[in-house]
Design a protein around this ligand. Structure first.
Ligand SMILES: [Zn+2]
Length: 227
């Protein structure tokens, strides 16, 4: 059973292969010169045995000859080393593609692991801010800071803000919106907050205005530094 498991498709086990090599080795040791190549199977057969193309059952009948013919051993050795080189090349090609796959997987893993380390959620805490009415932020107000890579905004609205639908907008200092979304504010642990998905990847870093308002109300504006 175990022996069968080790057989390759053509029926050679490692043991069989050793047997062939031993037989050939003995053939060489006995030094059977055969200048007329009497009874030789011919190079085509030797090649097929060396490359394992010939089923063992078929190769068996040549083993007696190979144990007693030095020229055949010599030919066979050459064919076999050629076959082994080819196997080595195939192995290296497979190894190379495996290496590439592992490398790609490694990179993917690297970026995947790197992902959570980047702060993906930005908290914009407006609770202690004065409430600026209008599209212009209060002068002298410390800018909020957000990385362009963030995926989520968590906006803590000023204390006492009502729950319900809000609009959130990030605009340039000239008033052009680069990001607009809507969110529903809810009260939790005394804080009214809005969670929203954000995509600022196409905006360049610099000064912006962060704006938030209840539907159909006036904007509240805050200076924002996009990094
Ligand atoms: Zn021969």
């Amino acid at each position: 059973m175990q022996r069968e498991a080790r057989l390759n498709a053509k029926g050679y086990s490692e043991r069989d292969e050793r047997r062939i090599l031993d037989a050939l080795g003995r053939g060489l040791l006995r030094e059977f010169p055969n200048p007329d190549r009497t009874g030789c199977p011919g190079s085509a057969v030797l090649k097929r045995i060396a490359s394992h193309e010939m089923p063992l059952a078929e190769a068996e009948k040549w083993l007696d000859h190979l144990t007693s013919c030095s020229p055949c051993y010599s030919d066979f050795s050459q064919f076999q080393s050629g076959y082994k080189r080819q196997r080595t090349r195939t192995f290296l090609a497979i190894a190379a593609s495996v290496f590439i796959v592992i490398s790609i997987a490694g990179w993917a893993l690297f970026f995947k692991q790197k992902g959570p380390r980047v702060v993906q959620t930005a908290v914009l805490d407006l609770r202690s801010r004065s409430i600026p009415r209008g599209t212009e932020p209060n002068p002298g107000e410390q800018p909020l800071e957000v990385s362009r890579g963030v995926r989520y905004l968590n906006v803590y609205l000023p204390l006492g803000s009502a729950e319900g639908p809000y609009e959130v907008r990030i605009a340039t200092t000239t008033g052009r919106a680069v990001f607009t979304t809507e969110g529903v504010a809810s009260l939790k642990d005394g804080v009214t907050s809005i969670q929203t998905v954000v995509d600022l990847s196409s905006a360049s870093s610099g000064q912006y205005i962060f704006q938030v308002r209840r539907a159909n109300s006036e904007w509240n504006s805050y200076p924002l530094m996009l990094r």
